[in-house]
Design a protein around this ligand. Structure first.
Ligand code: SF4
Ligand code: F3S
Length: 107
């Protein structure tokens, strides 16, 4: 079991989540973050920290976002580790809450 970053992180990338992770298992792409499911210890600390409410426990990922379970697994193998908060993306406030941002995911 692991926590999963989903659609609403895309184009926002607030990064509040990385500050609380005790095992530093977040990985950063151009406009999205992912969690390495093998490293996540399921502590749940990151979930309430995300202003975009983009983080779910694997079992609670909404049906229309199940593909993000695999996306986190896959991209955490190649993207660099991130351990400190940085500025959100410039248009984060405008993108927050928009549906189906997966079309904008940059790998
Ligand atoms: Fe890190 Fe805990 Fe979130 Fe897993 S649940 S990504 S260990 S803060
Ligand atoms: Fe993304 Fe939320 Fe973290 S927007 S970077 S999962 S705080």
């Amino acid at each position: 079991m692991a926590f999963v970053v989903t659609d609403n992180c895309i184009q926002c990338k607030y990064t509040d989540c990385v500050e609380v992770c005790p095992v530093d298992c977040f990985y950063e792409g151009p406009n999205f973050l992912v969690i390495n499911p093998d490293e996540c210890i399921d502590c749940a600390l990151c979930e309430p920290e995300c202003p975009a409410e983009a983080i779910f426990e694997e079992d609670d990922v909404p049906d229309n976002m199940k593909q993000f379970i695999e996306i986190n697994e896959e991209l955490s193998q190649t993207w660099p580790n991130i351990t400190e908060k940085s500025d959100p993306l410039p248009d984060a406030a405008d993108w927050d809450g928009k549906p189906n941002k997966i079309e904008k995911l940059e790998r």
